[in-house]
Write a protein that binds this ligand. Structure first.
Ligand code: SF4
Length: 317
């Protein structure tokens, strides 16, 4: 039976930047996420994926659309309901250097949420900090130290412990491994997977690295210029990408099998990503799409379910 923890319909986030100009950072965003799954959100830098994450967790107010968390509209929550939402949804940030306060000890950083929500004090608080440090592969002596004493990978572990401290149901991980050495990336991904299993977490995992997203995600959504263009399971996306933009992203990933690699067709995209201040008419991808037709400039293709569970926004289907 399906149990949707997050249902987003037509979410938009536009920024008015003066001179009557509007930056359409997120323009067409609808997804549903099942409890316990990992939904990967991918696209090039500037496609709106981080803004989408920040709008879902209400760091930004949505311009329009609906975000339901456990069936309740996030952008209409007030008082106790909002406090409960703030506890249930947490975020892990890309930059483990910038997101930890350098003047606070690791113990106090991790316990910030515990203190705000009044979850424990004294000995219990101390025990909880130790338990969280162990859960992310650090140890209790680390509680008295400061962030600068740790490596990038360890700092991201501290960020994860902070997010876990108040027992959230849902974590938005915004490029959580992009700033880390390649050798450390897999360790952090494996830690996130283990914690998901142990704590029944649901993840929205935002990244530009498709190979890593496949490794961790059950389903993937591909964004281009503020719009969701394709959504399906991670296996189907890799085996049968339908949107020309997804096809080009995937063709850039090297395949370890030299036979397959030799016979594969590479799609090299022409031109730059257009500005979200002045997006193209019709399909947002049409200025770079090798398969664009007249119709593509005239109308925006609706999102269609082309195969069971495989959605794509493209006039070819
Ligand atoms: Fe390309 Fe047209 Fe499909 Fe857009 S709608 S992806 S321009 S074929």
């Amino acid at each position: 039976m399906s149990d949707k923890i997050l249902q987003i319909t037509n979410m938009k986030k536009h920024f008015h930047i003066g001179g009557g100009r509007v930056l359409k950072a997120v323009d067409n965003f609808s997804i549903e996420i099942e409890r316990g799954e990992t939904f990967g959100l991918v696209g090039e830098s500037g496609c709106g994926k981080s803004t989408a994450g920040r709008t879902i967790i209400r760091l930004y107010e949505a311009t329009s659309g609906e975000v339901l968390f456990n069936g309740k509209n996030v952008h209409k929550m007030r008082g106790g309901e909002l406090k409960e939402f703030n506890r249930n949804m947490q975020m892990i940030f890309q930059d483990p250097y910038a997101s930890l306060n350098p003047r606070m000890t690791v113990g106090n950083i991790i316990a910030e949420g515990i203190d705000i929500h009044g979850l424990s004090t004294g000995k219990k608080r101390k025990e909880r900090i130790s338990e969280l440090l162990r859960a992310v592969g650090l140890n209790e002596e680390h509680a008295g130290r400061f962030p600068h004493e740790f490596s990038g990978g360890q700092r991201q572990r501290i960020g994860i412990a902070r997010a876990l401290a108040i027992e959230p149901q849902f974590i938005i991980a915004d490029e959580p491994i992009s700033a880390l050495d390649v050798s450390v990336q897999a360790q952090v991904v494996n830690l996130l997977k283990k914690l998901q299993k142990d704590h029944g977490l649901t993840y929205l995992f935002i990244a530009h690295d498709l190979a890593m997203v496949k490794h961790i995600s059950d389903r993937i959504g591909v964004m281009y210029l503020g719009n969701m263009v394709e959504v399906t399971t991670s296996d189907a996306l890799y085996a049968n990408p339908l949107h020309p933009y997804t096809q080009s992203l995937l063709s850039a990933i090297p395949i370890p099998d030299p036979e397959v690699e030799r016979t594969r067709e590479r799609v090299i995209l022409q031109g730059e990503v257009p500005s979200p201040l002045n997006p193209p008419s019709g399909c947002p991808f049409r200025t770079r799409c090798p398969k664009a037709m007249d119709q593509c400039a005239a109308t925006m293709p609706p999102m269609k379910e082309v195969e069971p569970g495989h959605f794509v926004s493209c006039h070819l289907y």
